[in-house]
Design a protein around this ligand. Structure first.
Ligand code: SF4
Length: 474
């Protein structure tokens, strides 16, 4: 039996897939230098940290492996390769797929998310990639973004192919495009920079400066021209909607699942719900059909848990909104429930607040840029803070854990303002918890646990106090 057979069976691959995909599987693992011992380690980690009693969880992990195979092999398989930065600009990856004659002509995705998710979560082998990134221009000890270190490291080690084009995230973050500039210089591929201005005045959102929209819109229109010139694909309103439709089944499944997650007791753990976080953000391939199917199965399984009152922490436990999960370390994701806190939602899963009426902008780029303003995060710190506040009405929580990547500019700039604003406007206690979603060397689990335990204890006491005052007033 093949050395990866047990692992892939655990991840819900069927026998025929394992046999028919033999060459691809072995080539991928060879490039990643993963052997029999790594497979054993991955089996043990998946069984320890994920709820493998749930077929939906096992299938979701399997889909991550399929996305990994597609990424690693896309150059050998003759595809045009386009990487986008993290987070992507709305449906850009899917719009490219929709515009192509055949969606198999292109590989489009965010490689650093896929590598972190798989080499980190399942194999616990991300540190060598981070070290390669540090050695290739993003040195340690300078608070460089570890997500970008993963991308540089993976290119440097030859794990991921050099793309035909990369789309940089200057609409959200300045470190992404600076790192892209480094990679453009080192590896010689073209980069399309989508610049914007996040300096809107405090208090403006959901209003916005029309010039900001026109500027970002022109940047997007420039990208559409590049795509046409380089690949002959045309992105227009119709294609954009087609791209959106590709993700329709996936989003429908995610929405169904997230409704169940708000039950008391919360029926699914943070490590397991993390598996779906980067499906729509990081990938445009197998996740759109097989990933959607995995989440549909998971939603049905979780619906049954809700009916039976089964939860991952006890009913009535304090409920918290968390901002992020680790995308490489499931042990950290388990910590929050270990201290007795329930997580019914994360910032990524919160539905957006209703949008104001649109202004009649003319180009596709401008129309998409305006939508980005309403989303908040690409508008300003104030937009991001208000977006979290407005969405809180969809999630009944007792507190917020603003767990932010300590080296991520947008999150670091907004953390204290978010805490001050949310505590003042909603009265919800907010814990600022610095972490690193990709680099386990940048935190100590012990000290994170201590801070989480103290926060959990405070929320439990607060709930008890309210309960007692409710009884007195009867
Ligand atoms: S600094 Fe933050 S926003 Fe920028 S690429 Fe890194 S994780 Fe993404």
């Amino acid at each position: 039996m093949a050395y990866y057979h047990e692992l892939l069976k655990l991840c819900a691959f069927d026998e025929t897939e394992i046999v028919s995909q033999k060459e691809r599987i072995e080539r991928t693992f060879q490039i990643l230098e993963l052997g029999p011992a790594d497979m054993e380690k991955a089996v043990a980690r998946i069984q320890k940290y994920f709820d493998t009693r749930l077929m939906g969880v096992r299938k979701a992990i399997g889909v991550w492996f399929k996305e990994l195979f597609d990424l690693i092999l896309c150059r050998y398989e003759g595809k045009k390769i386009i990487y986008y930065g993290y987070p992507p600009f709305q449906y850009i990856g899917l719009a490219i797929k929709a515009a192509a004659k055949s969606k198999n002509d292109f590989y489009v995705g965010c490689p650093e998310a896929i590598v972190s998710q798989t080499l980190g979560q399942f194999f616990h082998k991300l540190v060598p990639v981070l070290e390669a990134g540090e050695g290739a221009g993003l040195p340690p000890g300078h608070a460089m973004c570890s997500l970008l270190q993963v991308k540089v490291g993976a290119l440097e080690k030859g794990i991921i192919p050099i793309p035909d084009l990369s789309i940089a995230t200057s609409y959200f973050c300045d470190m992404g495009p600076k790192a892209d500039e480094l990679m453009q210089y080192k590896y010689g591929y073209p980069v399309e920079y989508i610049d914007s201005c996040l300096d809107s005045p405090w208090g403006l959102w959901p209003e916005y400066d029309h010039e900001t929209v026109r500027y970002l819109g022109a940047q997007l229109d420039k990208l559409f021209c590049t795509l046409k010139n380089m690949f002959g694909i045309e992105i227009n309103d119709y294609v954009w909607q087609q791209g959106r439709l590709i993700a329709g089944r996936l989003y429908k499944a995610i929405n169904k699942l997230t409704r169940y997650l708000t039950a008391d007791p919360v029926p699914l753990g943070v490590a397991d719900s993390e598996l779906i976080l980067n499906f729509p953000i990081g990938c445009t391939g197998s996740v759109m059909d097989e990933g959607a199917e995995a989440i549909e199965i998971l939603a049905d399984e979780i619906g049954k848990r809700v009916q039976k009152g089964i939860g991952v922490v006890s009913k009535g436990s304090p409920r918290v909104l968390i901002v992020l999960q680790s995308i490489s370390d499931p042990a950290v994701n388990r910590l929050i429930e270990d201290v007795g806190l329930a997580v019914p939602t994360t910032m990524a899963l919160l539905p957006p607040p209703p949008e104001p009426e649109s202004y009649p902008f003319s180009t596709l780029g401008e129309k998409r840029a305006e939508k980005a303003m309403f989303g908040g995060a690409y508008h300003s710190t104030y937009g991001m803070v208000k977006r979290i506040e407005a969405s809180l009405k969809y999630a009944h929580v007792d507190g917020i854990i603003y767990n932010y990547p300590f080296s991520c500019r947008p999150f670091v700039c907004s953390n204290k303002l978010t805490k001050l604003h949310i505590e003042k406007e909603t009265g919800l206690p907010t814990l600022l918890l610095d972490m690193d979603p990709q680099d386990e060397r940048n935190y100590s689990q012990g000290s994170m646990r201590t801070r989480l335990e103290a926060f959990a204890e405070m929320l439990k006491q607060e709930k008890l106090r309210h309960k007692k005052s409710d009884i007195k007033s009867l």
